[in-house]
Design a protein around this ligand. Sequence first.
Ligand SMILES: [Zn+2]
Length: 360
Amino acid sequence: MRPRLKRGAIVLPLNDSPIEGSRIFIGCNGSGVECEAIGIRLIVGSFDGKKSAQEIAESLSIDSYIVCEVIQQLLRAGLIDHEITQIIAPGRFKEQDQSADAGYIQLQSKITPELSATTWIAGVNDGGVEVLTNRRLALIEISGENRIATQLYGILLASGVTQTKMASASRRDRARIGNQDMCAGLLASNDVGSNFQHTLEEKSRELALFPNKDKSASDDIPEMFLKIFIGNGHEALIAQSMSEDEIHLIVAAPDGPSIEVGPLVIPGKSACSRCVTLARGDQHPRAREIDIYRSTHTELEIPVTIAHFVAAQIATEILRFIDTKKSVLISTRVRTNYLDVCNPQHIRFARHPLCGCSWR
Ligand SMILES: [Zn+2]
């Protein structure tokens, strides 16, 4: 094992130790451990992923038992990585030496910020590289025509979900890019008037974290398929996803100055869109009429800040689900008030006894 400190962990000398420099704090604000040993700063300073415990002990003339103890303590605290997952630039082979390869160096620098999240996922010990590269195996299809849908498309591609697609019928009423699409996002004023679908496909190449080898090469075979329905008009597609056992995320149309994200539906296992409608009907006598009114009237476009905020919120939960199979949006809706985004409200739903999905 060749240990290295996790990205973002800091080492602080503690002055209250009986022997100068024999106690340190390792971790980050909020979580971390204190380690005590003679020469601890030198030991931890040698955790660069290149040397084994034995080699560190020999180079510092310290008992290897002490070095192993420190490694075990940091392993338990989830503060070190020790495995290496190779990153392979597109079109290269595993056996190739990539150290001087421009494509490889560019890719490595692009993925580094993502690793500062994935390395901290429980159980990860390779710096988060495998989790990140596995995002290429998820196929995400977005249906929706507002700014959130467009931003979400870009964020997912740039976060490594190479197989993010816009459903071909998702912009029936807004086939061309319009002024309302301008929101400091991935579409610019010189895109106005262009075909939405084609423009996004063109941009996907520059947006994607992992560049696609070339258009003719087939995509990686997906291991996870997830659909996202944003706004009104997807009832038939949602029903189809239910009957075909497809995992899908519902994002409601805006409701006054607020918007609700969720639930993420695992058909037959968690509350579905119909469970939510039935539960809302039980709680609020006018919920059904409001839902019908909203679904039959034109949706309002989302303010700029909310479009970015909610798109990032959705993308983060989708990535979490791809990376860990967990999400707070399962059987839950999160409502964001446009005027109070730092206090989103969580609304839990159980599977409704009258909804067919609970009889499966
Ligand atoms: Zn249901």
